[in-house]
Design a binder for this molecule. Structure first.
Ligand code: KG4
Ligand code: ZN
Length: 351
């Protein structure tokens, strides 16, 4: 089976061709960072317009690199939730048009399913060993932060064990970077600068860190950084900024790592999986591996290109849906909500 996947939920336009085993035949990502950087964050209207400009060339490139044509594929998969609705609409409508023109099956993919299953995507070098079900997954991105028990590769078989009550961890990285005037997106810059700072010099405490609960919160620590920055006005040097980055990163990754390992122990699973843009963070990867090894758990971390937004994970999650006999029609919609969170589930009576 070979599937074309499209991704346009936020600020990356992606197209990829993946086979049924998750082998990547092509994976093209056109980033919009330069478009949004002057505004310090993603501007939804500009994102939608840029997807519209880029989706055609990105798809053409993905097919060319895979050495195939639409007519030779087995289906088209597209992110249809969650995300910026105007941005999602571009990918969804392009996918509908292609599926209709080439008479191929169409499947919508929940972006978070893509992140959860990204560990199964096979890129070659640096691939993680595929986990065994059930496993526990920490999904940490710019829009979501949650810990799931994954019983099988279907939304109904995924149980949310804990989630952030306010900001996503990636959002906190981005806001702290903005406060420190480090540009957008902030995660990779904070990651780099934290490596040169001392995490013990600036005191920051992450909320809900010591609770037995698997719930999380990251807005309080951002406010602490805002206060420090205000107090320090005019006396901010490079070394101080690096120390704040190191403290912030240690606090956030410490909570995330402890909670996902705690979740795995409580659930009695052997495998722990990371997914989402913040899973590219070097300190988070190191801490989860270290704590997991101490508890005898297998920690499986996808390569960086599978953590940040990409269409290969969408194509793979779509291939899984197609192999389960699922199909979507012209009525496929775009929505800002995931099917995986507790509130959405309750609303649909699915749990
Ligand atoms: O999964 P993703 O690419 O997009 C969403 O679905 O949100 O995640 C993007 C987020 C951004 O907040 C970005 O700052 C963060 O992931 N990120 C990182 C790193 N690389 C990306 N955060 C911390 N350390 C990194 N190395
Ligand atoms: Zn994402």
């Amino acid at each position: 089976m070979r599937v074309l996947g499209l991704e346009s939920s936020c600020d990356e336009t992606g197209a990829a061709v993946v086979d049924g085993e998750g082998r990547v035949l092509s994976d093209v990502v056109q980033s919009q960072v330069a478009v949004h950087a002057p505004y310090g964050g993603v501007v939804p209207e500009l994102a939608a317009r840029d997807h519209l400009r880029n989706i055609g060339p990105v798809v053409r490139e993905a097919l060319a690199r895979a050495g195939t044509r639409l007519e030779e594929l087995d289906g088209v998969a597209v992110t249809n939730r969650p995300g910026l609705v105007g941005a999602l609409l571009v990918g969804v409508q392009a996918a509908k048009g292609m599926a209709w023109a080439a008479n191929k099956p169409l499947v919508g993919v929940d972006h978070l399913m893509g992140h959860v299953l990204s560990v199964f995507v096979r890129r070659g070098e640096g691939d993680a060993t595929p986990p065994r079900f059930p496993f526990v997954c920490l999904l940490v991105s710019g829009g979501h932060t949650a810990i799931y028990r994954v019983n099988a590769a279907r939304p109904e078989a995924i149980v949310e064990l804990g989630a952030t009550r306010d900001d996503a961890a990636g959002e906190a990285f981005d806001k702290v970077a903005k406060l420190l005037c480090l540009g957008y997106p902030g995660g990779p810059v904070v990651d780099r600068l934290a490596g040169t700072g001392d995490p013990t010099r600036v005191k920051l405490s992450p909320p809900m860190a010591s609770r037995a609960s698997l719930e999380m919160s990251f807005s309080g620590i951002k406010t602490q950084v805002a206060r420090l920055v205000a107090e320090r006005a005019g006396r901010r040097d490079g070394a101080w900024v690096a120390d704040v980055c190191a403290s912030f990163q240690a606090a956030v990754t410490g909570v995330l790592a402890r909670k996902v390992i705690e979740a795995a122990m409580r659930e009695g699973v052997e495998d722990v999986v990371l997914g989402g843009g913040v899973a590219a963070n070097a300190e988070l990867r190191r801490r989860v591996r270290e704590l997991g090894a101490a508890r005898g758990l297998r920690v499986l971390v996808p390569p960086l290109a599978s953590c940040t937004d990409n269409a290969a994970m969408i194509a793979y999650a779509g291939a899984v849906r197609l192999s389960q006999g699922e199909r979507d029609g012209w009525d496929l919609v775009a929505t800002s909500r995931t099917a995986l969170d507790r509130k959405t589930r309750k609303g649909r009576g699915a749990r």
